[in-house]
Design a protein around this ligand. Structure first.
Ligand code: WTA
Length: 672
């Protein structure tokens, strides 16, 4: 390995200024990683014993079962444990007064510290409320909550009694919530009267009521009062108030012993079809992945105050706000606001007020803050920070450099962490204190992760000997404890999506290269998934939303590059009948996507066209739309066959080649 561009920050190697990192040399990383992939059973057995508390021990002989070949993965299948016990009780008994959570409310200056003892009582009370409303081991509870500690209490209460939670991001629409509750057969919904974000009110209960009108299985709705607005709809035959229920409950509730392979939660995520899938994570392996990854990658030490600025509605919130940090017994931040409310110094105010030791956010936030200027950052000391993390999409080197120099002042480790809802925890990342970084590279595999780069055409692994860079699709060769076990209600879809595209491997859906130093660079999705500000959605999902509009005949959604959000959505639509006012139709279509999926999915542009570019067999040639929307083809180009071929590749299979000119004209008119 040659020396990469950014060495490990000196401060992390100076024990008088920082705790000694868990892994403190490249050699140590290499040894541990080698052991973890050559002897995963021995490695994870040791990790599972030393990091988690088990109710009944797993068998040393059956640590790991199954393979990607058969999609029958299990870890520690004979052991029993409880996730809530590991995240709360074991810390509450030793250090009841240490702070488990800091709630940083939307309104600056409002925050609350929750100790492990309080967390235990609150979670127990709510677990008893869930039991009162009939929730039993194995039942699925829907959680549609703002970023308040009660969202985490609800998740942990489910874990305590063996219920499965399905958190639905509070930015999702009524339709999206309904689909998820119906698919998961939820009988109980936990929600709030309203949410607050960036000074704006989100009418959660009102939206939930619309979803509930079409979710006949849900019999009870537990409503947390966030704002106390008296106009919030409330149906006394179905709804109960969180606070009224909790005060009646005893603050003790025993932990249900769970088999390591019992499901802990499901989380819906977008794939390449219109129907989101409920990715299922289980108890033991998931917790082990969450615990060890946050411990090593954020280099957690006792007393750390760790801030992951994600939302519990996404996997990052599950693993890196709730389960990972609490299992490690540190303080985790629940951040209700946005990076720019009331202004662009909010994150830095939070860092200095609470003395955060780690900060984890997304490239979109980093780019937006960078654009607003250094002055917001410079007036803060940020001295407490040791590790800065990035997640959700590739981070461009400019944003990486800004994060490193302006926020980190060159003193912090920058960890560009690559993973997915399905992997449950980070799989490619630097480790602070030992892996020199390169801006834009997620660098090296985490423990237990055995990566392969495959040729998408032949399906074969691309040989790598370090003499030249290789590029292809990224796959895992070997299972890891936190990998998703199934898709709820459709194991075949799990096999089709992840295991069958490349036999014997788990297919990530991302393209990647491996450079001559052995570093991995993630290039983004190779399937029909669009990633806007780190929010994952499928083209098919957006198209299904559009097609339900009475005026829309056909639609095709594509992702184009965007300076701020990474990617943006552009939709091409044809109409059922001619409409003189295309602008108002386009506005109605945008609104349609917004209400069917959620505001975060709102297309950047809707382009109304006479026809979509189709092959003679009727297949839409998305490549043409992507390049046209991305501004790669000019109006001059369309007059010149040579230029068109150079820019768009072969278009001879198009049923109507003249459509290209029409599309390019419409794209220009739409101002793209
Ligand atoms: C992308 C979020 C590049 C990737 C944790 C992946 C990234 C998808 C990175 C998963 C990164 C996530 N560099 N790309 N550091 N992190 N991605 O399921 O395309 O919401 O497949 O999980 O985000 O998104 P998901």
């Amino acid at each position: 390995m040659t020396i990469p561009t950014h060495a490990v920050p000196a401060r992390l190697l100076d024990e008088s200024k920082c705790p000694k990192p868990h892994v403190s040399s490249l050699e140590q990383y290499k040894e541990m990683h080698q052991e973890s992939v050559e002897n995963p059973v021995g490695f994870w057995r040791k990790m599972a014993k030393s990091n988690l508390d088990w109710i009944s021990p797993f068998s040393d002989e059956t640590v790991m079962q199954g393979s990607f070949m058969d999609g029958d993965i299990a870890w520690f299948p004979h052991g029993a444990l409880n996730v809530a016990y590991n995240c709360i009780d074991r810390h509450a008994s030793k250090n009841p007064d240490s702070v488990a959570m800091i709630f940083e409310a939307d309104e600056p200056g409002n925050h609350e510290k929750i100790t492990y003892a309080t967390l235990l009582r609150e979670v127990c009370r709510f677990a008893n409320v869930l039991k009162k409303y009939g929730v039993r081991k194995g039942d699925t509870v829907a959680i549609y909550m703002p970023m308040v500690p009660e969202a985490a209490y609800a998740m942990l209460a489910c874990a305590r009694i063996g219920a499965v939670h399905s958190v639905v991001f509070a930015g999702f629409s009524a339709e999206a919530l309904r689909d998820r509750m119906v698919d998961a057969k939820c009988k109980v919904l936990v929600t709030a009267d309203q949410g607050l974000r960036g000074g704006r009110v989100v009418h959660l209960k009102k939206i939930a009521d619309e979803a509930l009108a079409q979710s006949p299985l849900v019999k009870s709705v537990i409503v947390f009062q966030r704002t106390g607005d008296d106009k919030v709809p409330f149906d006394p035959t179905r709804d109960v108030w969180w606070h009224e229920e909790c005060v009646t409950q005893r603050p003790f509730c025993p932990c249900e012993p769970m088999n390591a392979e019992d499901p802990l939660f499901m989380l819906y995520t977008s794939g390449s079809t219109g129907k989101p899938k409920g990715v299922v994570h289980t108890t033991g392996g998931y917790l082990l992945g969450a615990h060890t990854s946050v411990k090593y990658i954020f280099d957690l030490h006792p007393g750390d105050i760790y801030g992951c600025m994600a939302d519990v509605g996404w996997i990052t919130g599950h693993t890196y706000i709730v389960y990972g940090p609490l299992s490690n017994g540190v303080t985790t931040v629940v951040f209700e606001s946005t990076p720019t409310y009331p202004d662009a110094s909010r994150f830095w105010e939070v860092v200095d007020t609470h003395k955060l030791t780690q900060l984890y956010t997304a490239p979109t936030a980093i780019r937006a803050l960078r654009r607003l200027g250094d002055s917001f950052v410079e007036k803060h000391s940020l001295e407490s920070l040791r590790v800065l993390g990035s997640v959700g999409e590739p981070i461009n080197p400019e944003a990486w450099d800004w994060y490193n120099t302006v926020v980190g002042r060159g003193r912090c480790a920058i960890v560009d962490t690559y993973w997915q809802t399905e992997t449950g925890s980070i799989i490619v990342t630097p480790l602070p204190g030992c892996i020199p970084t390169k801006p834009g590279a997620a660098t090296v595999p985490f423990f237990g992760v055995d990566l392969a780069i495959l040729d998408a055409n032949t399906g074969k692994e691309i040989p790598y000997d370090g003499s030249e860079e290789i590029t292809g699709v990224l796959a895992l060769r070997q299972t890891i404890p936190s990998i998703a076990r199934t898709v709820y209600g459709d194991h075949n879809r799990y096999l089709d999506t992840y295991m069958r595209p490349y036999k014997g491997f788990y297919f990530t859906g991302d393209g990647a290269s491996r450079d001559t130093d052995g570093y991995y660079w993630i290039k983004g999705r190779v399937d029909d998934v669009i990633n806007v500000s780190g929010h994952r959605m499928s083209t098919a999902e957006i198209e299904s939303a559009l097609i339900t509009h009475p005026a829309c005949a056909e639609s095709a959604a594509v992702g184009i590059a965007d300076d701020l959000t990474g990617q943006a959505v552009v939709c091409f639509c044809t109409l059922k009948s001619h409409h003189a006012d295309e602008a108002s139709v386009a506005a109605a279509f945008r609104f349609q996507v917004r209400t069917q999926i959620g505001p975060f999915a709102t297309p950047k542009a809707i382009v109304i066209v006479n026809d979509l570019p189709k092959t003679r067999s009727g297949k839409i040639m998305r490549r043409i739309l992507r390049k046209a929307a991305g501004g790669e083809v000019s109006l001059e180009d369309v007059e010149d066959d040579e230029a068109i071929r150079a820019k768009l590749g072969d278009i001879s299979t198009l049923a109507d080649p003249s459509i290209v000119k029409h599309i390019v004209e419409k794209v220009k008119k739409a101002g793209l």
